[in-house]
Design a protein around this ligand. Sequence first.
Ligand code: DX5
Ligand code: ZN
Length: 233
Amino acid sequence: MSFDRSIKIAPSILSADFADFGREIRAIEAQGADWVHVDVMDGHFVPNLTFGPPAVKAFRPHVKTFMDVHLMIAPVDPYIDAYAEAGADMITAHVEAGPHIHRTLQAIKATGKMAGVSLNPGTPAEAIADVLDLCDMVLVMTVNPGFGGQKFIHSGVEKTRKIRQMIGDRPIHIQIDGGVTPETAPLVAAAGADVLVAGSAVFKGGSVGNPDVYGKNMRAIRAAAEGARKDAA
Ligand code: DX5
Ligand code: ZN
């Protein structure tokens, strides 16, 4: 995948109909999703449980764009190969999942997949300074991970600005996850984010039978983010 900093919308299928993932994925892609974001939770690192590698493998044939797998699990290292084999294009691990984020990112890279590092709202930007060269993406969490539909935590905006500076001209994406809406997207887009994850703000009001709403919701987020980029330029 070639690198650019254009705004990309990555719907989180955590907000999709859990009985109909194949059709949900096809619907969001047909409506303009750039990436598909898969939230993996273990009931230990975060207080919720979602998708094991067989589920991710089942999603794979439906994803024609880019499958972005966000691992909210600890330990993470024993599962990297399984999620790579399941067909992830990018695997993101949390710096807080421990114990050795550098080793974890090396292990992701060794699978041939792209590697992301994620920071919770309570973790400062500096925590990833020494692993940036192992990363294709930094994920700034703007909610505490575990659930969709939470309120955006504003300290992520300044953190995004800092990380954008730390990255300089290196080809590293900045992704925002949590509480992204047409109201909050402009704040992070102006601060330097390019990949916007959104669950509830994409799926609300729509369904596989009424997918135009997904398209409308994504266009509202994208237009707000791109507008803020123009204003900041
Ligand atoms: C939170 C997940 C998010 C979540 C976003 O733990 O990582 O991807 O689904 O949901 P919204 O957009 O509803 O905040
Ligand atoms: Zn996520």
